[in-house]
Design a protein around this ligand. Sequence first.
Ligand code: IPM
Ligand code: MN
Length: 354
Amino acid sequence: MSKQYKIAVIPGDGTGPEVIQEGLKVLKAAEEKFGFKLQTKTFDFGGERYLRTGEVLPDSAVKEFRRDFDAIYLGAIGHPDVKPGILERGILLKLRFDLDQYINLRPVKLYPGVETPVKNKGPEDIDYVVIRENTGGIYTGVGGFSMKGTKHEIAIQSMVYNYHQVERCLRYAFEYTRKRARKNTLALCGKTNVLTYVYDLWERVFHDLGEREYPEIKRDYYHVDATCMWMIKNPEWFDVIVTGNMFGDIITDLGAMTQGGMGIAAGGNINPEGVSMFEPIGGSAPKYAGKNIINPLAAICAAGMMLEILGEEEAARAIEGAVSQVTSTRIKSLDAGKMGYSTSQVGDMVAGAL
Ligand code: IPM
Ligand code: MN
C-alpha cells in the first residue's frame, strides 16, 4: 500500500491562495509519479475570517492539527485591514510555538538562470541553509511596560534562551550538516561581543557539542553583522548557518534577496518529533492578490521541503529539479508580473517538468 499523509492546508491571505493552488498542483503530479497519497483538508484561517467572525486561531484548531495531521501547508498571513501583529502573532507565531516547531529551515539557493543582485556570483556560490531557532529568544514576548505614556516610560523585551532550547537547535543543525554532506561546515551566527549572556551560552554549547559528538564537522563563528557582510561578499563560504530567532529572521530576508527574491524563498517550521508547517516566506503581497501574476515558486519549493521532511525524498528532489529546469529555461524574472508567464502557467510548467 502506498504511503498516505494528512495535510492541513491554510491558504490564508492575499496571494496565499493563488500560490498554494500551484503548490497543490505540483504535489498532485508528484503523488501520481512517486506513488504516495496526500489527503488534504483546507482551513480558512486568516484576515477575512478574522474580520468576519473575530476569531483568529482557536486552540481547538491547534489541537486538531496536532492530533490529526502529518503537516501543515500555509500560504500567507497578513491583511491590509487588520492591525499588524494580530494575525502574525495569532496564527503564524501561535502555530510555531504551540506545535513546538523549534526549527525554521530556510535554504538560500540560487537556482540556475536566476539573476542575483550579488555581482559575479552564481548558483555554485549561493547554496546554503539557514537554521533559525524558531520558538525562543526575543520572540517569546517576555517583557513589559512601566509608566506607559509618560516621559519616564520603560519598555523591556527580553531575549530568553535556556540550555535545552539551544542544545536541541544546535543538535539539529549538526545532524543536518552531516546529512547534507556538502562542505561539512556549520557556522554559528551570534553577537558574543555584545550579547554576552545569550550568545555566550550558544557558543559554549556549540563547541562542546561539536567537539564531543560531531568532530568531523568544521565549526565557524561569525557575529551577525559580519554574517551579513559575508553573505554578500563570500556566500560560497557557507554551508549551514545556525542562529537565534531574531537574527535568523533578519539574515534570511537578506539571503532571500541574494537568491533572486521572495518569489523563490521557502521555509519550513519544523518539529522533528511532531507536526511541521511549510510556507513561502514572502508574505501576503496584497497588491498582487487575485491577478494571477505572483510567483508561485516559493510555495512550490515549500511543498518540496514538506515532502522531504515527510520522508518522500525522491519526490522532493524531483520537485527541486523541475524548479531548476523552469528557472533555467523558461522564466524571465522571479518578480511578480515579470515572469513572462502567469502564476498558474508557472505551476503547470513545474508540474509538467516533474
Ligand atoms: C517570518 C516573518 C515573521 C517572523 C513575522 C510575520 C512574525 O517575518 O516568518 O520571517 O518574524 O518570524
Ligand atoms: Mn521575516
